[in-house]
Design a binder for this molecule. Structure first.
Ligand SMILES: Cc1cc2nc3c(=O)[nH]c(=O)nc-3n(C[C@H](O)[C@H](O)[C@H](O)COP(=O)(O)OP(=O)(O)OC[C@H]3O[C@@H](n4cnc5c(N)ncnc54)[C@H](O)[C@@H]3O)c2cc1C
Ligand code: SF4
Length: 512
């Protein structure tokens, strides 16, 4: 049972957005509490048991879907949030996207953002992935891309001394991934920030245009307590932040609107030779195209099987080729037509179904991008010498020659056509912009109409950022500190050596 608390800043959510803000506030000497629903799972407590780890660090044990249950939406629920689940892929927000955000009314001055990127990248040790940890599928994809005149991209990653174990999505038990639980959160703690884990914000209480307290539940025993602060920062992620606003009756007119995703599904290719592509980093190669991205993703066995199309014998037969296969996803930045809302399930059976609903359907433009993306990827696999390509379609299809590609158009009718369709990159729901009637937060990240409440996470993006969002969210959070804290973040962050010690400690434990 926890007692009521009083602080100057309360940050709700310890993921990409919240952890960066909490660090800067604490470093500036501000009394800060960082509230996190999940547990702090340390590298030494992580394993390569996929079902066990997914149950421990994913929201809803990895089972969050849209209301029609034809799309999964993956998010983290642990200290460090979804960053703990990442492949540590780092992209800056493309300049056309920054301009498109500006067009929507969300202003992110380029020079300020560049300064924020430099700070964030130095903490995350962002660098091109070392070739030494490439998996064998990467060479096949590169060969296929080059044969088609496409220059393959090498990912930048937030890692230190990665050994390419291939299990990034269940957390790094070797402590080599520089996610928020390895960087910003312990850095904030070292600067005096109080980290409250297994504690959930359940209602934001307001009076006369300001937040007076946040009602919280201690998830260890179900008891309730309140945190009072001068300023509140909501950073629960693209589904949870609008949900908490809606539950609290704040901006009910537009909270939960303009939800978008980088959404996708995985295509498999089987080769004649043994690849053992599970041995190495899961994501080594990419290609960013107009309307879609191709990103290699070679999953460990359970996740590989879960996304493999086919039933019973067909599925079994396909999985027999595991050691000769590699895989890549087609990722489409969807239009912002989704909605997070408190649906009938929430109102009628709340104790059982204590969640917001997610409504999302792919538009015809999104579907066209998927058709182009899967045709391009199938061509790449064929050019790389694949014996057969297995697309993730409900209609069973095998591609062996260029002539088979025409069937892809007819196979993708709507999102139910895609097997294993989903997203690890939900965005929007609290869109930022200067229009108080349409946007939830202003350009200073303050909720329109609430003097002391800010939102800083993926939910503020008014449309998809088009690339993997972790780094852009962290940079935007770094930029937001000016408005939230009223000070300029320190230019240089020199807390890096602490990683070396943590990585060495985690490596020593993993070796035993
Ligand atoms: C499997 C997977 C792989 C990914 N790989 C990459 C990658 O390689 N590169 C990349 O750029 N992006 C990647 N992403 C996406 C990236 O991790 C997210 O976009 C980013 O972390 C979102 O940041 P956020 O601050 O919005 O939310 P999150 O990082 O999700 O953090 C939100 C936190 O708030 C907590 N919270 C929510 N509500 C409450 C509440 N009411 N009370 C208390 N706590 C609460 C949650 O438990 C969570 O810990 C991946 C995501 C997943 C799921
Ligand atoms: S060692 Fe490398 S590949 Fe393995 S989980 Fe850690 S960061 Fe990912």
């Amino acid at each position: 049972m926890r007692a009521d608390l009083r602080t100057r800043f309360l940050v709700i959510g310890s993921g990409a957005g919240g952890s960066v803000v909490a660090y800067h506030l604490a470093r500036h000497g501000e009394p800060t509490v960082l509230l996190e629903r999940g547990k702090w799972v340390r590298p030494e407590d992580m394993t390569h048991d996929e079902p066990e780890m997914i149950a421990r660090i994913y929201k809803d044990g990895g089972a969050q879907t849209n209301s029609e249950a034809d799309m999964f939406v993956l998010q983290g629920q642990c200290v460090g949030g979804s960053t703990v689940l990442t492949n540590a892929v780092c992209f800056r927000m493309p300049e056309p996207v920054r301009r498109a955000f500006e067009y929507e009314g969300f202003e992110l001055p380029r020079d300020d953002l560049d300064r924020s990127y430099r700070r964030v990248e130095s903490v995350l040790n962002v660098h091109p992935l070392e070739e030494s940890v490439d998996n064998a599928g990467a060479a096949r994809l590169r060969r296929g891309m080059r044969a088609l005149g496409i220059e393959p991209g090498r990912f930048d990653k937030a890692m230190l001394h990665c050994i390419g174990c291939g299990y990034c999505n269940v957390g790094c038990r070797y402590g080599r991934k520089l996610d928020a639980s390895m960087t910003w959160v312990p850095m904030a703690q070292n600067r005096g920030c109080e980290i409250l884990t297994e504690a959930e914000a359940i209602r934001i209480e307001t009076s006369r245009g300001a937040v007076t307290a946040v009602l919280c539940r201690d998830l260890r025993d179900g008891s309730r307590f309140r945190i009072r602060a001068d300023r509140y920062v909501l950073a629960g992620g693209a589904i949870n932040s609008p949900e908490l606003l809606l539950r609290s009756g704040i901006r009910k007119d537009c909270a939960g609107t303009r939800t978008s995703f980088n959404a996708g599904a995985i295509m498999f290719a089987e080769f004649d030779e043994q690849l053992n592509a599970f041995d190495g980093d899961q994501m080594c190669v990419h290609h960013l195209a107009d309307g879609f991205a191709i990103e290699q993703i070679h999953n460990p066995p359970v996740s590989f099987a879960l996304t493999m199309p086919g039933w019973f014998d067909a599925h079994h037969h396909a999985m027999e080729g595991y050691t000769r296969m590699t895989a890549a996803g087609v990722l489409v930045p969807t239009e912002p037509v989704g909605r997070v809302y408190l649906g009938l399930g929430h109102r009628l059976v709340r104790p059982l179904f204590d969640h917001a609903d997610i409504r999302f359907r792919l538009t015809s433009r999104d579907l066209a991008n998927f058709r182009n993306g899967f045709k391009t990827l199938a061509r790449i696999f064929l050019a790389a010498g694949a014996r057969r390509v297995l697309p993730p379609f409900a209609r069973s299809l095998e591609i062996r020659t260029e002539a088979d590609l025409a069937a892809i158009d007819a196979a993708i009718v709507d999102q139910k056509s895609l097997v294993g369709f989903g997203s690890s990159h939900p965005q929007g729901g609290c869109p930022a912009g200067g229009n108080p009637r349409r946007d939830v937060v202003g350009n200073d990240f303050r909720v329109h109409g609430i003097a002391n409440l800010f939102v800083v996470d993926a939910s503020v993006f008014p449309r998809s950022v088009e690339v993997n969002p972790m780094l852009p969210i962290m940079a935007v959070a770094d930029h937001a500190v000016r408005s939230i804290g009223g000070f300029e973040p320190e230019d240089e962050i020199r807390e890096g050596p602490a990683w070396e010690a943590r990585v060495r400690a985690a490596a020593a434990v993993a070796a035993n």
